[in-house]
Design a protein around this ligand. Structure first.
Ligand code: ADP
Ligand code: MG
Length: 399
C-alpha cells in the first residue's frame, strides 16, 4: 500500500526526520488557508497523486506549455491560481502511464532555498534479503536514468538485521553523498531516523528524492514516496487509515476485498490459480505458447465458492480477457469442491469466453466428472502444458 507525499512527510516527521512545514488541501480555499499558516515568502503547491515525476509532468487539460504538478508561489493569489489549475485535472508523468491521474488533493508547503539535491532510499534488497540504504549525489533526477547511465553514482548498503542500523551505516551514507563535518552528522542522523521509520512501519519502500541541502546548511526531505508491506498492515491499523482507494486499480481493489492476490497485466488470457508459485508457472507457460496472461491471480489455498466466483467476476470485468485458464491443485481443498465452485461461478457470471480447467490432486476424478456433466462448455486439460496449449488454441479459434 502506498501513501501520498503529505502523509509520508507527517509520518516521517513523527520519527524525527526533518521535513518543511506544510498542510494538505482539498480545495483552492483550503490551499490559501494553508499558505496563510506558513511563514512564506515562498510556497510550493504540490499535486498529490501516487506517482512521481510530478514536477516535469503535464496536465492533459492545460496544454503542453503549462507548468507541471509542483508550482512555486509567492502570494495568496498565486497559490489560488496554482490550486485552481491542478485540482480536478489529470496529471501525466513518466510514472502514471499515458492515462495520467486526476489530482484531488494538494499539499501546500514551505519553499526552501536549495543548494544541492541528493537521493536517499531504503528498500528491501532481494539479493541480500536485507533492508538496504541507497544513496546518490544525483538527487532530483529520475533515479532509473542515473542507474542506467551512471551506475557508479549509486551506492547501496545492506543492514544486518541482527545489529540493526549502526553508526558506520550513517558514515557510509554521508561518504557516498560527499558530506563532511556537521553535514555528515546530519546525513547519518537522517539515515538512522529513516531506518527507524522503515522498521517501525513495516515499510516496503521509503524513497527521498530529493533530500535537499538548503542554502543555510540543513538537510531536508523535500519529496517522500513511502509504501508499506501489505501483509504487515494488520498490525498497523493507524496506517490503514492513510489508504486512498481512489489511487488504486479498481479490479485490484475489488480483489483485495476477497483476500485474492490479483495483479492486472497486459495480455489476453485470464488466469485463476491457487498458489503464487503455480500462478507464476502458469503465466510462464502461457507465454511459452505464444500468448500473454491478462493477470496474476492467486486464489489461495482455502479457495471456496465465494472466492472462486469473485475471482471469475474480476477476471471477466477486464475487457481484454479473451479466454480463462483455471489451474488448481486440490490439496487442502478437494478437487470436487473446487469443480462445484467453478461450475456455480461460471453459471452465475454467464461465462462468455473459452474456459480451460486443469485440476489435479485429491478427488480429481470426481472433480472432472462434475465439470464434464455440468452442461457448460468447459474444456478439460490433463496437465499444465496441455492446459496452456488448449486455452491458446481455443482463443485463436474464437477470434
Ligand atoms: P516529483 O519528484 O514528483 O517531481 P518533487 O517533490 O521531487 O516532485 O519536486 C520536484 C522538484 O521541485 C524537486 O526536485 C525540487 O527541486 C523542487 N521542490 C520540491 N519541493 C520543494 C520545496 N518545498 N521547496 C523548494 N523546492 C522544492
Ligand atoms: Mg521527487
Amino acid at each position: 500500500m502506498n501513501i501520498h507525499e503529505y502523509q509520508a512527510k507527517e509520518l516521517l516527521a513523527k520519527f524525527g526526520v526533518p521535513v518543511p512545514a506544510g498542510f494538505a488541501a482539498m480545495s483552492a480555499d483550503e490551499a490559501v488557508e494553508a499558505a496563510a499558516k506558513l511563514p512564506g515568502p515562498l510556497y510550493v503547491v504540490k499535486a498529490q497523486i501516487h506517482a512521481g515525476g510530478r514536477g516535469k509532468g503535464k496536465f492533459k487539460e492545460l496544454g503542453p506549455d503549462a507548468k507541471g504538478g509542483v508550482r512555486l508561489a509567492k502570494t495568496a493569489d498565486e497559490v489560488r491560481a496554482a490550486a485552481n489549475d491542478m485540482l480536478g485535472n489529470t496529471l501525466v508523468t513518466v510514472q502514471t502511464g499515458e492515462h495520467g491521474k486526476q489530482v484531488n488533493r494538494l499539499y501546500v508547503t514551505d519553499g526552501v532555498d536549495i543548494a544541492k539535491e541528493f537521493y536517499l532510499a531504503l528498500l528491501v534488497d532481494r539479493v541480500s534479503g536485507r533492508v538496504a540504504l541507497v544513496a546518490s549525489t544525483e538527487g532530483g533526477m529520475d533515479i532509473e536514468t542515473v542507474a542506467h547511465d551512471t551506475p557508479e553514482k549509486i551506492h547501496s548498503f545492506a543492514v544486518d538485521p541482527a545489529t540493526g542500523f549502526m553508526p558506520h551505516h550513517g558514515r557510509a551514507v554521508a561518504n557516498a553523498l560527499g558530506l563532511k563535518g556537521d553535514l555528515a552528522k546530519q546525513a547519518a542522523n537522517v539515515s538512522a531516523k529513516l531506518y527507524d521509520a522503515f522498521m517501525g512501519t513495516d515499510a516496503a519502500q521509503i524513497e527521498i528524492n530529493p533530500l535537499a541541502l538548503t542554502t543555510d546548511g540543513k538537510l531536508m526531505v523535500l519529496d517522500a514516496k513511502v509504501g508499506f508491506d501489505s501483509n504487515a498492515l494488520f498490525r498497523h491499523k493507524d496506517l490503514l487509515a492513510l489508504r486512498d482507494e481512489t489511487e488504486e486499480d479498481p479490479s485490484e481493489l475489488e480483489a483485495s476485498k476477497y483476500d485474492l492476490a490479483y495483479i492486472k497485466l497486459d495480455g489476453d488470457i485470464g488466469c485463476m490459480v491457487n498458489g503464487a508459485g503455480l500462478a507464476m508457472a502458469t503465466m510462464d507457460i502461457i507465454k511459452l505458447n505464444g500468448m500473454f496472461p491478462a493477470n496474476f491471480l492467486d486464489v489461495g489455498g482455502g479457495a471456496n465458492k465465494e472466492k472462486v466466483t469473485a475471482a471469475f467476476k474480476i477476471i471477466l470485468a477486464d475487457p481484454a480477457v479473451k479466454g480463462i485458464l483455471v489451474n488448481i491443485f486440490g490439496g487442502i481443498m478437494k478437487c470436487d469442491i473446487i469443480a462445484e465452485g467453478i461450475v456455480a461461478a461460471a453459471k452465475e457470471v454467464n461465462l462468455s469466453v473459452p474456459l480451460v480447467v486443469r485440476l489435479e490432486g485429491t478427488n480429481v476424478e470426481e472433480g472432472k466428472k462434475i465439470l464434464s456433466t455440468s452442461g457448460l462448455a468447459i474444456v478439460p486439460a490433463n496437465d499444465l502444458g496441455d492446459a496452456a496449449r488448449k486455452i491458446v488454441a481455443e482463443v485463436k479459434k474464437a477470434a
